[in-house]
Write a protein that binds this ligand. Structure first.
Ligand SMILES: [Zn+2]
Ligand SMILES: [Zn+2]
Length: 510
């Protein structure tokens, strides 16, 4: 536990108001505890007044978050809540909210997003009702966040929508009115499509999470801030599609600005861009790497020169709904990176630009679906799950197809995305559990070539188990499982178990 430093003072304007401030030691700034705690009292004599409670926002703060609580509600005490920055009113929430957050790109409804000036701010307390003899004690907790990374937010802003480890289904790539997402208006005109429509489509599909990835824009985060409490079963992950003239990248998990102008003097090459992205803590994937670039889709293919240092990436969008044409599939590009020794998680993205597209159509929100094993349903946990590689892509975007794949050797076991050491001559045992539909075939693949397969038995929800063994040659290999339909279409694509790979991760750390 951190000891709080406490100081109390009477405000010169309001002698009856005693305010106590508690400040945490600097070492505790990254902990979930508040940076400042303001305590005070409101008395009956202050009925029908407005009380300013000052606090200081240090330089470098990107987000101010406030929680507010008070006593004597059972005595019909009612306190309204607002926030003043050094110049203007930033929030007026009345009596309807007890948590407010303000940042450059998003703010709780009732608040204005925008720059966070350093200096003296005030909690503004309105007193619509307090009885003459009542004394109400209030507590305002203030959190100052210095980055846009969701993992750095105070806990009150990143509480999981669902607790406990599970497989979560989502879509990591889509566009709204904040870039080129469109839908028909009331009169049938195609117009920039509100974020609500996209999130509603995800909810109707039963997805657990989506990343909204408008092209280079950050304006979508304010709508997401408003929508998240309403859509409390669909986690909204802040994302962006960093769209350059030499390829597209998804940038997930932070609202921080990233200079996307690749080729300009400030971002001369792609590795400058990727290093900046990693410094900000974002999860970064290459999108639709095999799409052609040209006048129909400018900069859509992956063509940076000099080439990217693949250690600076986390994932590859192996399946993009717009890349159903085999020549445009991202899977060979991803597998080539595996052959070269880069552990990059294969993910999928609908790249939806028409959120009203019927959900049974290719490219609707959730088609394909990326299925992630995560510790809970929160942005940090989903992104950690993607980084870990325990992920498969459900190309049809079903709600129930499953794939679990493990490999074991000498008493050690690895899941998809995991490393397994197997010295020459030792036996590796593979275990595959999958559920999809009758007629499907689960294939165990070694370095891109199927080595075992089994047919799924039963009707809808047909399942299969596959057990196989392999004697190690002591060299580096990757093994994955894919499930293919009777029509030859890929249904599920799993991520590899990495046998005899070094500990180095995709981001280059050990
Ligand atoms: Zn793109
Ligand atoms: Zn896109």
């Amino acid at each position: 536990m951190h000891r709080l430093k406490r100081s109390c003072f009477s405000l010169w304007l309001l002698p009856a108001l005693l305010v106590c401030m508690e400040a945490l030691p600097a070492a505790a700034q990254s902990a979930p505890q508040p940076d400042l705690v303001l305590h005070g009292t409101v008395r009956g004599s202050q009925n029908h007044s407005y009380i300013k409670v000052p606090f200081r926002v240090p330089a470098g703060v990107e987000r101010v978050t406030l929680t507010f609580a008070y006593t004597e509600k059972d005595q019909h005490t009612a306190l309204d809540l607002g926030v003043l920055d050094p110049k203007e009113l930033r929030c007026w929430a009345g009596g309807n909210k007890s948590v407010l957050t303000i940042a450059l790109s998003d703010a709780t409804p009732s608040c204005l997003p925008g720059t966070i000036p350093a200096g003296t701010w005030n909690v503004l307390i309105g007193v619509p009702n307090i009885r003459p003899q009542v004394i109400s004690h209030y507590t305002a907790q203030l959190y100052f966040t210095r980055t846009g990374l969701v993992a750095d937010y105070p806990e009150v802003l990143r509480e999981p929508l669902r607790d406990g480890p599970a497989w979560f289904r989502g879509d990591l790539h889509m566009h709204t009115a904040n870039s080129d997402g469109q839908c028909p208006s009331q009169t049938g005109k195609m117009v920039p499509c509100p974020v609500f429509v996209t999130v509603d489509a995800a909810a109707r599909r039963g997805l657990d999470f989506i990343a909204i990835t408008d092209h280079n824009a950050t304006s979508q985060y304010d709508a997401m801030r408003e929508l998240q409490p309403y859509f409390d079963k669909v986690l909204l992950i802040p994302g962006r599609e960093i769209t350059t003239f030499y390829g597209h990248l998804n940038f997930l998990g932070t609202t921080d600005y990233l200079n996307f102008r690749l080729g300009s003097p400030s971002v001369p090459n792609v590795n400058d861009l990727l290093r900046r992205a990693h410094k900000l803590g974002a999860l970064v994937s290459i999108n639709h790497p095999r799409d052609p670039s040209g006048e129909i889709c400018m900069g859509c293919g992956w063509t940076p020169n000099p080439p990217a240092d693949m250690h600076l990436l986390d994932a590859i969008e192996a399946v993009n709904s717009g890349s159903e044409i085999p020549a445009f599939s991202g899977i060979p590009f991803w597998e080539h990176q595996l052959d070269l020794g880069y552990r990059l998680t294969a993910i999928g993205g609908s790249d939806n630009h028409r959120p009203m597209r019927p959900l049974d159509q290719l490219g609707s929100v959730g088609s394909p679906t990326t299925v992630v094993y995560a510790e809970n349903l929160s942005t940090p946990a989903i992104l950690a799950g993607i980084r870990s590689g325990r992920v498969f892509i459900d190309l049809a975007g079903s709600s129930n197809r499953m794939l679990e794949f493990t490999a074991a050797c000498n008493g050690r076991e690895a899941h998809m995305g995991g490393l397994l050491q197997a010295s020459k001559g030792s036996q590796v045992l593979f275990d595959v559990q999958t559920a999809a539909d009758a007629g499907g075939r689960a294939e165990l693949v070694e370095d891109g070539k199927p080595i075992h397969s089994t047919v799924l038995a039963g009707g809808t929800g047909a399942s299969a188990s596959l057990h196989a063994s392999w004697i190690s040659d002591g060299r580096r290999h990757w093994f994955l499982v894919q499930v293919v339909g009777a029509d030859g279409k890929l249904w599920l694509l799993g991520n590899p178990v990495y046998v005899n790979w070094a500990q180095q991760t995709a981001s280059g750390s050990s």
